[in-house]
Ligand binder design. Structure first.
Ligand code: GTP
Ligand code: MG
Length: 268
């Protein structure tokens, strides 16, 4: 893919995720975990707001802490340039991190809705630690809303399904890993791993509304592997705050974005 250099070639992506589904931690780890020179991608913040965000997140990272919830009404504009070390492919992505309460049914801002409708590619965050009914009701509300907006703006469209690439990320996927075999499957066959473990029955919902979606189990904290046994990479400190151990590595952070970039490059 040719390197997009101008403002015109910015690929607008949007992230949707309910409150506490892991959006902020993912955005932070994306940069912090990819600048160690390993893997195929570099992720650079490209303007002052993104730098401020990274600096704040680095503080939490150094203390092995999670950042606090994003304040309702606060929107972090984070612009990242993704550069592929192997192929030289580049993409400039603007991501918007909003406090999740903005996504709750009754408060889905016009602004947030607009972003979701105009993005070329979407990242949907599903929090597997929530109960099935809650997950289904929030996702079906979003998909119906997007469908109604799409039909209003393109009433003549032949295919009623959303044609955009949609990366459906099951966040906190470390909680779904019980064995080294699970870990291997989640990393080597991410889409299949989620389909085999779809305890939330979200596949039929997505199938109904989306023409091009792919599942990714992602973990911003990872898991530990000790003598063949999987260990949680989080612990509660003496103040009962969840903290991150230093042993594990996050997994599948970049692949949803790489997949979106690949899909958009292929379709353009
Ligand atoms: N086990 C595990 N927990 C996670 C992970 N990512 C986030 N968490 C937990 O989920 C909480 C919420 O994560 P955030 O990234 O702040 O969630 P958010 O979607 O930005 O939430 P809002 O700002 O309220 O919209 C964190 O404080 C952690 O307790 C992960 O990869 N694994
Ligand atoms: Mg947040």
């Amino acid at each position: 893919m040719a390197a997009p250099e101008s403002e015109d070639s910015v690929i607008p992506l949007a992230i949707w995720g309910p409150s506490a589904s892991g959006k902020t931690v993912l955005m932070a780890q994306l940069h912090l975990e990819t600048h160690d020179g390993q893997g195929d991608w570099d992720v650079y913040p490209t303007h002052a707001d993104s730098l401020k965000f990274i600096d704040q997140m680095q503080e939490y990272h150094l203390n092995n802490e999670f950042p606090p919830a994003t304040s309702v009404g606060l929107t972090e504009q984070i612009a990242y340039e993704f550069c592929n070390r192997e192929t030289g492919a580049k993409a400039l992505l603007t991501l918007e991190d909003r406090g999740g309460k903005d996504f709750e049914h009754e408060t889905l801002h016009n602004d947030a809705r607009n972003r979701i409708n105009t993005a070329l590619g979407l990242v949907l965050m599903i929090d597997p630690t929530r109960d099935k009914r809650h997950i289904q009701s929030q996702l079906s509300h979003l998909l119906r809303l997007m469908h109604t907006d799409r039909r209003a703006s393109q009433p003549q469209a032949a295919n009623p399904k959303d044609q955009r690439p949609i990366a459906v990320c099951i966040s906190k996927a470390d909680c779904l890993i019980d064995s080294p075999a699970d870990y291997r499957r989640a990393c080597q066959a991410p889409d299949a791993f989620v389909r085999e473990n779809d305890h939330w029955d979200i596949t039929p919902l997505l199938e109904r509304f989306c023409a091009n979606y792919h599942f990714f189990p992602v973990s911003s904290v990872g898991v530990g592997l000790h003598h063949g046994v999987i260990e949680a990479n989080t612990f509660y400190d003496e103040s009962f705050n969840l903290r991150i151990k230093t042993k594990g590595k996050p997994f599948n952070l970049m692949i949803p974005f790489a997949w979106l970039i690949g899909q958009l490059a292929t379709n353009s």
